[in-house]
Design a protein around this ligand. Structure first.
Ligand code: PXP
Length: 236
């Protein structure tokens, strides 16, 4: 399994004081040097962490690939078509949320997503849809033309270690198998940490995990290089 590291929280810390510390570009480089196979950033409508200039510089400087998380809006589509990141991951976005809550409702807006995805695919950008692990969302995702889904592991992470862990895990496993049978590649992410990530190995052929908060949190104590290395060891 590959490890994509989400560096949004480095930008959150930087923005707390203005200026350029900690430097997001340097953070991305350290992640890459220690095993990250891609760097993920979420350019939010309110630009609360990553800014446009970060994305532009990352695209030029990364040795691996940029996975740009973004909402299904005209503004974001325009930015993606101009900057052509390696991949985009379409996520739902609510202004007041602390982080992405729930997956994108692809089934409920299939035609809209199809139209949104087409010009991105035509430009050669890989498209991933961040969805809840349900049959309905997986089947709809396969009908959009996107090559990837990213399964939302938030519920699994939240229920980890409780009676409901198995129920949430089975949803992930079944959704991954269904998606793969429909020709989709499957990523996963949200809420994964050093304790709960190991069960992702029980899901066959997961392509990449995208992990942010737990790595940046661990980095406070052991440094970013070590935090990424430790996660890489668990994921690989
Ligand atoms: N994948 C997606 C689509 C996300 O929105 C996020 C959170 O920004 C993540 C993965 C990473 O989640 P976490 O920070 O909890 O590891």
């Amino acid at each position: 399994m590959l490890l994509g590291v989400n560096i949004d929280h480095v930008a959150t810390l930087r923005n707390a004081r203005g200026g350029n510390e900690p430097d997001t570009i340097l953070a991305a480089e350290v992640c890459e040097l220690n095993g990250a196979t891609s760097i993920t950033t979420h350019l939010r409508e309110d630009r609360r962490h990553i800014k446009d200039a970060d994305v532009r510089t990352l695209i030029k400087t990364l040795k691996t690939n940029l996975n740009l998380e973004m909402a299904v809006t005209e503004e974001m589509q325009k930015i993606a078509l101009e900057l052509t990141p390696h991949s985009v991951c379409l996520v739902p976005e609510k202004r007041q949320e602390i982080t992405t809550e729930g997956g994108l409702d692809v089934a409920g807006q299939l035609e809209k997503i199809k139209c949104f995805v087409k010009p991105l695919l035509d430009k050669g950008i890989l498209v991933s849809l961040f969805i809840d692990p349900t049959e309905e969302q997986v089947e709809a995702s396969a009908a959009t033309g996107a090559q990837f889904i990213e399964m939302h592991t938030g519920q699994y992470s939240e229920k980890f270690g409780t009676k409901l862990e198995e129920t949430e895990f089975v949803k992930l496993k079944n959704s991954a198998l269904l998606a793969q049978s429909l020709g989709l590649k499957v990523n996963a992410g949200h809420g994964l940490n050093y304790k709960n990530v190991y069960r992702m190995h029980e899901i066959p052929n997961l392509y990449e995990l995208n992990i942010g908060h737990s790595i940046i949190s661990r980095a406070v104590f052991v440094g970013l290089a070590q935090a990424v290395k430790e996660m890489k060891d668990l994921v690989q």
